[in-house]
Design a binder for this molecule. Structure first.
Ligand code: SF4
Ligand code: SF4
Length: 244
């Protein structure tokens, strides 16, 4: 099977990766909204007003987000939609998520060590340690290997291009930079005991990766699918909020 090793790595500048994701998301969001609208319209009752027991109903626009009285058939429609989105549809999205992650197995880390040299979090080291103490698995893994850079300048030296992009993308949001002291040269000195965050990296295909990361090829392969999934999850949350 043709895999990553048989091709030269396709390295794109980070800024263009980010701009492409942003532009695609707007287009894909509309695609996702239309697809969900088509699904929920399958449950829409056909002209139930003819036999409606509700007197003096003044509702003209029978839209999915219109507020309906409790004994209205359109309200039943909204309840069916909520149940569909929380059941079959959510399962369908879970399967897509699994499929996206499964495709990562076709790519292999090239040991560039960028992810060990420069990792970021919106949480400070103290906040991460607090979360770890409260049992948060990700935070536990994170503080078991990463320590903070003393200064942003030091972090920048680890990967100037990646540092610049992350600082630009995060804007005014404070970002904390970390590194792993277990890295020796470009190799992990405690490979057998590395935590799941290292084994699973990158776990999100929408995450901005360093240019040198071999999993950029995976990101490219699943980008459309992952953006569509994110858009659908965001839209479902909106439906839940509006229809409950
Ligand atoms: S434990 Fe090993 S793989 Fe994980 S961040 Fe440190 S050096 Fe990298
Ligand atoms: S940045 Fe990507 S390719 Fe480089 S060591 Fe980390 S996972 Fe491997």
């Amino acid at each position: 099977m043709d895999n990553f090793f048989s091709k030269a790595p396709d390295i794109k500048p980070l800024k263009s990766q980010f701009d492409a994701l942003k532009d695609d998301y707007e287009r894909i969001f509309i695609e996702a909204a239309e697809s969900i609208r088509a699904e929920v319209n399958k449950f829409k009752p056909e002209n139930p007003c003819a036999n409606c027991p509700v007197k003096d109903c003044k509702i003209e626009k029978k839209d999915v987000f219109t507020p309906y009285p409790p004994n209205c058939e359109y309200r039943d429609w909204q309840i069916k939609i909520l149940s569909f989105l929380a059941g079959d549809y959510r399962q369908k999205l879970k399967n897509i998520h699994k499929n996206i992650l499964d495709k990562k197995a076709n790519y292999t880390c090239n040991n560039c060590a960028s992810c060990c040299k420069l990792s970021t979090s919106e949480l400070s080291y103290a906040q991460l340690k607090q979360r770890a103490l409260r049992g948060d698995k990700f935070s536990k893994d994170f503080v078991s290997v990463f320590v903070p850079y003393e200064t942003d300048e030091e972090a920048k030296k680890a990967n100037p291009e990646y540092f610049e992009l992350l600082s630009n993308v995060m804007g005014d949001v404070k970002v904390y930079y970390y590194y792993c002291p277990k890295l020796k040269g470009n190799l992990c000195s405690d490979y057998e005991n590395r935590p799941d965050i290292c084994k699973d990296f990158p776990h999100n295909p929408l995450k901005l990766l360093p240019s040198s990361c071999a999993f950029n090829a995976w990101k490219d392969e699943v980008a459309h699918q992952a953006l569509l999934l994110k858009a659908k999850v965001d839209i479902i949350e909106y439906y839940k909020d509006k229809l409950q």
